[in-house]
Design a protein around this ligand. Structure first.
Ligand code: MG
Length: 260
């Protein structure tokens, strides 16, 4: 997500956190609905349909469908489905999934005026060791970043923990896209980069709600945007993406999009 401006970072009330928790519960349910489809042969628009149907059945709506793009058309689908070198914002279509691919699914839900956001990368059938290592490193980097999301720490402590883990595995973070606050809007302050020196940026406070989302490439961290939405690695090597919505606490954060 690209963010501009310097708004304040909102501290959520307990009632607001419960409303965000409910949106996140729908996000998790949508992931359960798509999981059985993440196999060779599934066209990616079937994944999108399953997400749309599930979210509607829960009284929510996709936070992505119709999301405005200053460069052109709004996002056309309920889920982002990003295959292999697609980093984020892949648009579902008739392409069938193939064994050996890694595929990122990003799902955002709005319910009763509050948002939740999460992403996961799936292995389709058997994938090679490189892709397994990429997915593991990205998931671990997310969890290391989340571990730093505590009241009193600064935003870049999260960023630094993510980058440090990714580079220790010889992969590259994507710098062009960042995590974000979540709440009454899908994308709120602050931007949360996946790189940088620690000890910088806003101090996190209890009951801030954040979406932390490392995007990690095998090769270069540079990306290209193709058309209005699709972001791909510049060298067209595979990319992985994991994201959770969390609540900052004095101790360990509350991960609202964790699968229970
Ligand atoms: Mg997000």
């Amino acid at each position: 997500m690209h963010l501009q401006g310097r708004e304040v970072i909102s501290i959520k009330t307990p009632a607001e956190i419960e409303a965000i928790r409910e949106a996140c519960r729908v996000v998790v349910g949508a992931f359960h609905a798509v999981e059985p489809l993440m196999v060779p042969g599934t066209p990616t628009d079937k994944i999108d349909e399953a997400v749309e149907r599930y979210i509607r059945g829960q009284g929510g709506r996709s936070a992505f469908k119709g999301y405005p793009n200053p460069e052109g058309k709004p996002f056309p689908a309920s889920a982002c489905v990003s295959i292999e070198e697609e980093v984020v914002h892949g648009i579902p279509d008739g392409r069938p999934l193939k064994a050996g691919q890694i595929v990122g699914v990003d799902i955002g839900v709005e319910k009763d005026g509050f948002f939740g956001d999460a992403a996961m990368t799936f292995a389709i059938g058997r994938v090679d060791g490189l892709r397994q290592r990429l997915m593991r490193a990205t998931r671990e980097a997310l969890m290391r970043g989340i571990a730093k999301a505590r009241a009193g720490n600064r935003i870049s402590d999260v960023s630094h923990a993510i980058e440090e883990h990714v580079t220790s595995r010889s992969f590259s973070v994507v710098r062009e896209l960042v995590g974000h606050g979540v709440g009454r809007q899908l994308h709120e302050e602050p931007p949360i980069p996946n790189f940088g020196a620690p000890g910088r940026g806003p101090v996190m406070q209890e009951n801030m709600v954040l979406a932390i989302e490392p995007m990690v490439n095998v090769g270069t961290g540079e990306v290209d945007t193709i058309g209005e939405w699709r972001v791909v690695s510049r060298d067209r090597m595979p990319s992985a993406h994991f994201e959770h919505t969390i609540v900052v606490k004095k101790g360990a954060p509350d991960i609202l999009t964790a699968s229970k």
